[in-house]
Design a protein around this ligand. Sequence first.
Ligand code: G6P
Length: 374
Amino acid sequence: EQINKGHYEHYMQKEIHEQPESLTTTMRGRLIRLGSNKSKSVLLGGLKDHLKTIRRSRRVVFIGCGTSYNAALAARPILEELSGIPVTMEIASDLLDREGPLYREDTAVFVSQSGETADTLLALQYALDNGALCVGITNTVGSAIARNTHCGVHINAGAEIGVASTKAYTSQIVVMVMLALAIGGDTISNQARREAIIDGLFDLPNKVREVLKLDEEMKDLAKLLIAEQSLLVFGRGYNYATALEGALKVKEVALMHSEGILAGEMKHGPLALVDETLPIVVVATRDACFSKQQSVIQQLHARKGRLIVMCSKGDATSVCPNEYCRVIEVPQVEDCLQPVINVVPLQLLAYHLTVLRGFNVDQPRNLAKSVTTQ
Ligand code: G6P
């Protein structure tokens, strides 16, 4: 077992640190340069016979559980932007509880690391019964979801052992960004945007390597938060998913109550929780939502909130309202790829909190890697 962990103490730690490599494997052979002008494109072999049908669909429905749902949520805006197709989100169990409408004209995308999660598998059967085109995005070749969908994309992140998903999450996001590029097609008007995203994908493993250098800093932050009862994480836009996923990591492994909050909803309830003791992480990296997040920081500060701000490198002084505010500075990348970078410090924080609090990192109590019962 120790051999598989290499020089790491835990699988989760190893899997967090191997993300530059797992992301490289996920993209291998899929980003290509075409024609004499070397324009860049994406090739997803498992989808090529179905791309036309997907482009004609009335709606794309993302379906998953836990971390896989969060990964799909991170990719939703870029799929909407590049394809113009409405994208809706479904937690698999909730879709089944409601027997929500799914149509022949829908493309249902099933996101699952294991490819075996019972709720997701049942939702797949339901979508097949309703005649939707079913696409699988899994990390397990030959899994039930990979076998029973019409087409799909393998994540190729390598086996993930830690119950809390880390490298599968970032690879899922990258696969879904590539899916957005593939569905979106090449038009003159979006060419510059597409090229910027593809260049960003090529460079992403390097940027993840850079953000992993925050390890010690996150350990120090974990020491500060070790005895807390609760941690809030505010995000919006591309990083609403980061807020949900960061909070999920903290609660599932560090066994600390944590909640990811859509910052746009702050005034509709969460603001009542703010005082000088409750730690709050605000994700405020540069993108179209940046100025709104600056105003969220101001409002939390006005209520004496205990702030930890995640911002783009160089922004620390402009985002921090006072010297008590802690900062996590991360490298800036193309907006739709930023969730891949931003989740890493939160994965590290959850990991160190767990070790410091003395809990089982790789097998948190009551949880299973793959939930194959309903
Ligand atoms: C379990 C795991 C989570 C995972 C979820 C969905 O709850 O503990 O880490 O996100 O299942 O699993 P899947 O294999 O479908 O991605």
